[in-house]
Design a binder for this molecule. Structure first.
Ligand SMILES: [Zn+2]
Length: 550
């Protein structure tokens, strides 16, 4: 095992600075070496790591979000340029179940991965993400339970079982679970729906507690969801390579036009899952339900949440799968990172110009609007693939033209835009300045059609349209057609046709006239010959004879 850095207090700064010079490629072969056996991370390791990251960067921020049953502080750590409550956020929790150690590792490395992409790779996508959004992780939801796991690991008891919190109200029989509350059955959406998806027996491993949010740990998460602008969430568990989508308490249909449904369906299709994975509702995946579950409650609050069970079973011993050794953890990263990152990537505003169309004079007439000779109308079909809206962003039109009027309509995300059905008078007007307007109206996972009327300044020049997104502009270039010129051409062509017809008519008349004249001339000549013949015939025979005699 290669030691990336030791968690020795005197070297903290030096070693943690070192971590900023690492990227994901490095941890394909090396992991941060924690102070627990097998290099696993302790609570102290993680807290020290984030304290130092907070000191040496200005994009890591820690928050105290609550306390545990044993009054330990529960921290969240946020990755964003400046931390404000109203930034759209992705919440990533781990250790609702304290024995699921692999989920902690995954959470820490997801955070570090984005930090590396920003600091080291200068990746514009992630720079934009942390400028306008926050990634907020809660590594230890069940921090008391993990403290117990730590001592079990330190005692080299490699079957630590603590899943529930340490609110142990009664003593259970030895063959049963210890008492305590299953934090992932303690949330407030259909809490205690039935005794299958959770238990009313304190000695059962899915004991839900006396009431929804009876536990301080779930209250801490509730506080975060209700006080920050949490848009999406991943509650990491292990194991099984199962991607559990809400709702888990029972079959409940999602609104098919809603943003969560659109994201879940997209994720199912494009989530870059690896190995023997399954994605769907709990009942489809594991043939059992779970009520009072975190993602269920979060979705009921409008948060697009999932609860992945990370990693396939690789040990025949059931419990060992919760805390794989370093080698197996590295394999876990390879299979589970792509879908986790894919899910995180839905968070920011992701506008895309699908199509641009310039209206010709006939189209303009249909819309009942008046354009003067050097004005032009275009529509621009755009979609936002992300979960954040466009409020912090601008749409910009290059100054090859001058914007005269701007409008928009929104239509369903997957609806095809029908140009023939547009009622121009019903469009929403947009305020603009210097060819630039705010895209605040662009909602999560939505489609917008912009209608822009230009005044042309430079004839034949290219017009550029783009969303202003830190260094990652989705730029589209469009050459404005001169529709007046086109119209002139069209008229010329029509006149030409008319002239041609006229010429043809004249030609025919000419031919007919010539024909008639020829006929008359021919007739006259015929008459003359006839006359000559008649004259000849009418001459006296004596005269003929006389002529002969001479
Ligand atoms: Zn779990």
């Amino acid at each position: 095992m290669i030691i990336l850095f030791q968690l020795i207090p005197i070297f903290f700064c030096f070693h943690y600075k070192g971590i900023l010079n690492r990227d994901l490629n490095h941890i394909k072969n090396e992991l941060i070496n924690g102070s627990l056996p097998e290099g696993r991370l302790s609570i102290k390791d993680v807290q020290n790591l984030f304290n130092d990251l907070e000191n040496i960067t200005n994009i890591v921020h820690s928050q105290q979000i609550g306390e545990s049953y044993l009054n330990k502080t529960i921290y969240s750590y946020s990755l964003c340029s400046d931390f404000t409550k109203d930034k759209p956020m992705m919440l990533i929790t781990s250790l609702h179940h304290s024995r699921e150690v692999a989920s902690l590792q995954m959470n820490i490395y997801l955070f570090l991965y984005i930090l590396w992409e920003v600091q080291l790779q200068k990746n514009p996508y992630y720079i934009n993400m942390i400028t306008h959004n926050c990634i907020m992780i809660v590594p230890f939801v069940n921090i008391d339970g993990y403290a117990e796991i730590e001592s079990e690991l330190n005692n080299h008891n490699f079957q630590p079982k603590t899943r529930k919190n340490l609110n142990r109200t009664i003593a259970c029989n030895q063959q049963d679970e210890l008492a305590g509350i299953d934090l992932n059955r303690n949330y407030g959406y259909h809490f205690g729906y039935d005794n299958i998806g959770s238990s009313n027996d304190p000695c059962d491993e899915t004991y839900r507690g006396s009431a929804a949010f009876s536990e301080k740990e779930t209250q801490a998460i509730k506080y975060v969801v209700e006080n920050y602008n949490i848009k999406m969430a991943m509650n990491l568990h292990c194991f099984g390579n199962l991607w559990v989508l809400p709702y888990s308490y029972d079959n409940e249909d999602l609104d098919k036009d809603g943003v969560p449904y659109l994201i879940y369906e997209d994720f199912k299709q494009n989530g870059q899952f690896q190995g023997h994975y399954k994605i769907g509702h709990a009942i489809e995946l594991v043939q059992y339900t779970a009520n009072g579950e975190a993602a269920d409650w979060m979705l009921s609050k409008g948060v697009i949440a999932i609860s992945p069970e990370l990693g396939e079973q690789t040990y025949s011993n059931f419990f060992s799968n919760f805390f794989p050794d370093q080698e197996k953890t590295l394999k876990l990263f390879k299979t589970e990172f792509p879908p986790l990152i894919h899910f995180i990537n839905y968070l920011p505003f992701q506008p895309l110009i699908k199509n641009l169309y310039q209206y010709n004079l006939e189209d303009v007439e249909k819309l009942n609007i008046l354009l003067s000779t050097n004005q032009y109308l275009v529509d621009i079909e755009c979609i936002n693939n992300g979960v954040s809206n466009g409020s912090d962003y601008y749409f910009i039109v290059s100054d090859a033209v001058q914007l005269i009027e701007a409008y928009y309509i929104d239509i369903k995300y997957d609806q095809k835009y029908n140009r023939d059905n547009i009622e121009f008078s019903k469009l929403n007007k947009i305020d603009y300045k210097n060819n630039t307007f705010s895209t605040f109206q662009f909602l999560p996972r939505s489609q917008i059609i912009y209608f822009l009327i230009f005044q042309e300044i430079q004839i034949g020049s290219e017009v550029k349209f783009y969303f202003d997104i830190n260094g990652e502009n989705h730029e589209n270039t469009f050459t404005l057609k001169d529709i007046n010129q086109e119209q002139k051409q069209l008229k010329n062509e029509q006149y030409q046709k008319l002239y041609n017809l006229l010429y043809l008519g004249l030609l025919i008349i000419l031919i007919i006239t010539i024909g008639i004249l020829l006929q008359i001339t021919f007739k006259k000549q015929n008459t003359k010959i006839q006359q000559n013949i008649t004259e000849l015939i009418e001459q006296k025979p004596e005269q003929i004879e006389l002529n002969v005699q001479i």
